[in-house]
Design a binder for this molecule. Structure first.
Ligand code: ZN
Ligand code: ZN
Length: 191
């Protein structure tokens, strides 16, 4: 096991290094941050590249989704310490990422529940160890992001509950996400 590579950048963002089995060069290390995208209380976690590699601007895991919506097991409210748990997708574009996130001290396995089976694959339950304020929030319309505690650009949806606000970088993104998306925001806003 390597030592933890998680650091707090001067802007307050928690960033860390992962390798990625599906990258063009599987030995390349990517500086990433963890993002959370909320839509009417439904949280999705994303890996976001903190530093884009010059030669491969579209390299994964720029916006790898760490969870996919399991309708039977949506991401619930944070626990008493303010940390979220979710069932993490560990195959396909996320292959190998769980191990690097464990190593960097970003998440830990939660063994209080069994993995959820979906077809031939299973999703292990994980707990996010870093507080939400050290993550990025992600626009619900276009996946632009900023630090969760930063109020400069993103605006929260006024129809959503404070615990699960969807964020938007622009009026255009909010209008589009209201009608389009999985789910469209009008289906989940305020619920
Ligand atoms: Zn946007
Ligand atoms: Zn809303």
């Amino acid at each position: 096991m390597s030592e933890s590579k998680s650091t707090l950048a001067p802007n307050g963002l928690r960033s860390f290094t992962v390798k990625h089995a599906k990258a063009k060069d599987p030995d390349q290390e990517y500086r990433c941050t963890l993002g959370v995208q909320l839509s009417g209380g439904q949280a999705q976690y994303m890996l976001i590249l903190a530093t884009l590699p010059k030669d491969d601007p579209y390299a994964t895991p720029a916006s790898s989704r760490l969870s996919s919506i399991i309708t039977s097991h949506p991401v619930e409210s944070p626990d008493a310490q303010g940390h979220y748990k979710f069932y993490m997708k560990t195959y396909s574009e996320n292959e190998g990422v769980l191990e690097y996130l464990l190593d960097a001290g970003i998440i830990e396995r939660d063994l209080t529940a069994s993995p959820v089976a979906q077809g031939y694959v299973t999703f292990p339950l994980v707990r996010v160890k870093i507080p939400i304020g050290e993550m990025a929030k992600v626009c619900n319309g276009c996946e632009r992001w900023e630090l969760c505690s930063d109020e400069r650009r993103m605006r929260g949806c006024s129809g959503c509950k404070p615990s699960g606000k969807a964020w938007y970088c622009s009026v255009e993104c909010q209008k589009r996400a209201w009608r389009v998306g999985y789910p469209a925001h009008k289906e989940v806003c305020g619920k």
